[in-house]
Design a protein around this ligand. Structure first.
Ligand code: GLA
Length: 403
């Protein structure tokens, strides 16, 4: 009789612990509190596309440290498509043995040894966009593998998903990652097709692409001289962010795609604008250039700590376009201390005077504020009511306005 009672108590205790464990996992999953500010790092796709290998990724991690990018806040070293070639007989994902001869765990260990974090890419469908094996049907198996490799960030693409439901697919991958027990940032790369800003947070995504792939060009509403259109240049991507600001916040960000700064298709003035705008949008700052070979001007853009501080402000507000007149725009972002980051943007082809008045940025007109130029790194003095400045073609003036 005694032993029966003991067995019942043991079973009851076991069930209690199981349930308590499960509910603790649900209310406190490993991914809780990830990406409380927009993720910062580097990704291979924009510059190297499928041309990835372990030596290149290692040297990029080294360069992230040496260039001062790590000190400026960049953390993730992310391999995009084409690291994977097949699945083995048990269905495990197989990294390209020629390009990654030491395997992914060794690469992750190296990246971690530099104090950085490790990211990989896969796809919610049967194949990735480059035709490599996707994650469909292997979500839990892959998540365990990624956790074992020390992966900290997964970009999950949307090619070859046929009739899959986007929210359910991403929620499934989030559940798999959490079940694997490692905190892994989930980057939803669904290109905005099913409006991921409406469901991305609930699906457990930490960021979600809002548009098609960025191109290394200014773009804008105008057509190109050859008559082709302007799509996915920095200006057209910017226009697609307007109105999405209320969906972003700590742990869940709109992603207007990775940076093209330094890839050669734009002028330094345009790259400065691209970087400033991404910062005021509280966008993930994922560099996409060759960090081993940066001109000082490019490094200065990517490591401008005052601009990065706008992006990384702990309040986590995304900035918005607050005024527009012809080619001139004003963007503003509320900061945690009550100040405003403000951008005067000149989309036109000649320099022009652009002004902002305090009502546009949510201050009373009589307020006296101090203004600091975040590219010149200097105080411009005190102003009441409004401020105007001459802004070069395709350029910005970016400032911090403090009551
Ligand atoms: C899609 C994504 C890109 C990149 C490629 C890789 O186009 O949107 O960012 O990951 O796939 O094939």
């Amino acid at each position: 009789m005694r032993s029966v009672a003991k067995a019942i108590i043991a079973i009851a205790t076991f069930l209690f612990l199981l349930l308590a464990g499960a509910s603790a996992q649900q209310s406190n999953p490993p991914s809780k509190n990830l990406a409380l500010t927009p993720p910062m790092g580097w990704n291979s796709w924009n510059k190297f596309a499928c041309n990835v290998n372990e030596d290149m990724i290692r040297s990029m991690a080294d360069a992230m440290v040496k260039s001062g990018m790590k000190d400026a806040g960049y953390q993730y070293v992310n391999i995009d498509d084409c690291w994977q070639v097949s699945r083995d007989a048990s269905g495990n994902i197989v990294p390209d043995p020629e390009r990654f001869p030491h395997g992914m765990k060794a690469l992750g260990d190296y990246i971690h040894s530099l104090g950085l974090k490790f990211g990989v890419y896969s796809d919610a469908g049967s194949k990735t966009c480059a035709g490599r094996p996707g994650g469909l049907g292997h979500e839990y198996q892959d998540a365990i593998q990624y956790a074992a490799w020390g992966v900290d960030y997964l970009k999950y693409d949307w090619c070859n998903t046929t009739t899959q439901d986007a929210k359910a697919s991403y929620a499934n991958m989030r559940a798999a990652l959490d079940a694997a027990g490692r905190p892994i940032v989930l980057s939803i790369c669904e290109w905005g097709k099913a409006k991921p800003w409406l469901w991305g947070e609930e699906a457990g995504g930490n960021l979600w692409r809002t548009t098609d792939d960025i191109k290394d060009r200014w773009g804008g509403p105008e057509k190109w001289p050859d008559g082709s259109c302007c799509s996915n240049g920095v200006m057209s991507i910017l226009d697609q962010q307007a109105g999405l600001q209320s969906y972003a916040g700590p742990g869940h960000w709109n992603d207007p795609d990775m940076l093209e700064v330094g890839n050669g298709g734009m002028t330094d003035t345009e790259y400065r604008s691209h970087f400033s705008l991404w910062a005021i949008l509280a966008a993930p700052l994922i560099a996409g250039n060759d960090l081993r070979d940066m001109r000082p001007e490019i490094r200065e853009i990517l490591t401008n700590k005052e601009v990065i501080a706008v992006d990384q402000d702990p309040l986590g507000r995304e900035g918005a376009r607050v005024a527009r007149s012809g080619d001139a725009e004003v963007w503003s972002k509320q900061m945690k201390d009550g100040s405003r980051a403000v951008i005067l943007l000149n989309r036109g082809s000649v320099a022009q005077e652009i002004s902002v008045n305090w009502e546009e940025i949510g201050y009373p007109g009589h307020l006296r504020v101090s203004v600091r130029d975040l590219w010149e790194h200097k105080e411009l003095g005190n102003f009441t009511g409004r401020l105007s400045a001459s802004v070069p073609s395709h350029g910005v003036m970016m400032m911090l306005v403090k009551p």
